[in-house]
Design a binder for this molecule. Structure first.
Ligand code: HEC
Ligand code: HEC
Length: 253
């Protein structure tokens, strides 16, 4: 009988088993995270079913809105695309503040849902302007400073705005930037054709793309802390220097 000693697990193998268990659990979580998109068929009836399962509880079966969420009539393809691609929708809790997250669906499923909402609501509202690789980055920069920098800062890092923060814009794809300019979202206003032509939207998108890839956009971003923090640092650093200088001058006279 040589079984007994072996059946007692040694600490090392217990640790190994635990590690393997954690790894398996992590793997299962990662694999199952986008389960909704995995289960979702690409188009047609599948998107209709998906809308009823994932959206209608809050937005109503025809997207007409409920007391939990606003109507989707007239919001346009730009809004639906932006909300889904940036992972803000579907919201888990109607009282939660929508935030950027990994998208719940694949690009094909997002496209099918955008079509489905358009079908349900009569397809009115803004579409997504085309993003052109031949856009004018310099003109985009001027428009950005005029229309966007007040909320998102010169660097695109975002900043403080009323009670809600304007987020960093660096995580957004070019199509998402074009979409949210036309659609607006939360406290961000929509910019219609009268404010920015399709051409100008493309220019802004090109400039934002440039900001994403340059290290020190907007000159001196001070570790990218945002305008408010930068102001505080300016006070904390500049004021003592100023005081010291005044003293020094005072002592000498
Ligand atoms: C738990 C409730 C809930 C679910 C589920 C939900 N939404 Fe929403 N949705 C909201 C709320 C609340 C808002 C308003 C958010 C805000 O502006 O603060 C909203 C906003 C939106 C907007 C922006 C509307 C606008 O005025 O521009 C779109 C588009 C949208 N949802 C699409 C969807 C789609 C498509 C689904 C399903 C895949 C979905 N939502 C699922 C609650 C929900
Ligand atoms: C009045 C302030 C304000 C102005 C002006 C404004 N935004 Fe926004 N922006 C916001 C807020 C607030 C949000 C967050 C919306 C949400 O979470 O639903 C946002 C979100 C965004 C996002 C999405 C970020 C993400 O990670 O999902 C992008 C991209 C963006 N804005 C770009 C722009 C551009 C480009 C302009 C100029 C044409 C602009 N914004 C003008 C306040 C503003």
């Amino acid at each position: 009988m040589r079984v007994a000693p072996r059946s007692r697990p040694r600490p090392a193998s217990r640790v190994g088993g635990l590690a393997a268990g954690i790894a398996a659990l992590a793997f299962a979580l990662v694999v199952n995270a986008p389960s909704r998109s995995a289960a979702a068929p690409g188009a047609g009836d599948g998107a209709g079913q998906l809308f009823r399962a994932d959206c209608s509880y809050c937005h109503g079966t025809a997207g007409q809105g409920t007391e939990l969420a606003p109507t989707l009539r007239g919001v346009g393809r730009a809004s639906v695309y932006f909300q889904l691609a940036s992972g803000r929708m579907p919201l888990a809790d109607a009282r939660a503040t929508p935030r950027r997250a990994a998208p719940a669906y694949s690009p094909a499923t997002i496209a099918a849902l955008v079509d489905e909402v358009a079908r349900l609501t009569g397809d009115t509202g803004p579409t997504i302007p085309e993003v052109s690789p031949r856009a004018d980055v310099a003109a985009g920069g001027e428009l950005y400073r005029l229309d966007c920098a007040a909320c998102h800062a010169w660097s695109g890092e975002g900043g403080a705005l009323f009670e809600r923060e304007a987020p960093s814009i660096h995580a957004a794809s070019r199509i998402e930037v074009a979409a949210v300019i036309r659609a607006g979202s939360g406290n961000m206003p929509a910019f219609g054709q009268a404010a920015l032509s399709d051409r100008q939207v493309a220019d802004v998108v090109a400039y934002v793309n440039e900001l994403d890839h340059s290290k020190d956009p907007g000159g001196n971003p001070l570790w990218h802390l945002g305008p408010f923090a930068e102001g505080l640092i300016a006070l904390g650093v500049a004021l003592p220097i100023l005081l010291a200088a005044t003293r020094w001058i005072g002592e000498r006279s």
